[in-house]
Ligand binder design. Structure first.
Ligand SMILES: [Zn+2]
Length: 182
């Protein structure tokens, strides 16, 4: 289960750079626990071009992600991984200025996570609130759920939709939790 961060797991915010700015979307922990119990790995995949734009540094991102893990963990949700892309083609921070294979809609972060965690992408889902999430999932070979009111960006590829992450159990069929993590 690949999860977008800003606007999906957490409330939308323009380039959050401080842990206090990460606020979980309401009601998400019950469905996330249920997915975890079904055998899904929970992996965050997030574009963080704020790094490329010099708005915060890796240490700040780390602090934010420790906070994210804590907020979820105290409600029984354990993240199996957090993958963040720091790059942008027009980055002001030179070390992050490149066209990379990880920035969504490219599927690089999903590929890395699948490799690292031994996930079967064909039994995985990418859940996000924007077209780039859906395209990244499709390119990686996952099924996809668009949450909120975002555009799919490509009507030829129908995706499952849910009003918000808290409603996602209705969108993800009750797959038997057998075999390796997904
Ligand atoms: Zn990248």
């Amino acid at each position: 289960m690949f999860l977008d961060r800003d606007g999906t797991l957490t409330q939308p915010r323009h380039y959050p750079s401080h842990p206090d700015q990460l606020v979980l979307q309401p009601g998400i922990c019950t469905p996330l626990r249920a997915l975890q119990e079904r055998g899904f790995a929970l992996v965050v995949v997030t574009n963080q071009s704020g790094l490329a734009r010099g708005l915060f540094d890796l240490a700040a991102l780390d602090t934010m992600h420790r906070r994210l893990r804590y907020l979820l963990h105290r409600q029984g949700v354990r993240l199996d991984g957090i993958y963040a892309c720091p790059h942008h083609p027009r980055a002001v921070v030179r070390q992050y200025r490149r066209i990379c294979p990880c920035r969504k809609p490219s599927p690089g972060m999903l590929h890395s996570a699948a490799h690292d965690l031994g996930l079967d992408v064909t039994r995985s889902w990418m859940i996000g609130d924007s077209a780039c999430d859906i395209v990244a999932g499709r390119r990686a070979g996952t099924r996809t759920v668009l949450v909120g009111h975002g555009s799919t960006g490509n009507a030829q590829h129908p995706v499952t939709t849910a009003r918000a992450l808290r409603h996602v159990l209705h969108a993800v069929p009750d797959t038997p939790a057998t075999g390796p993590a997904r």
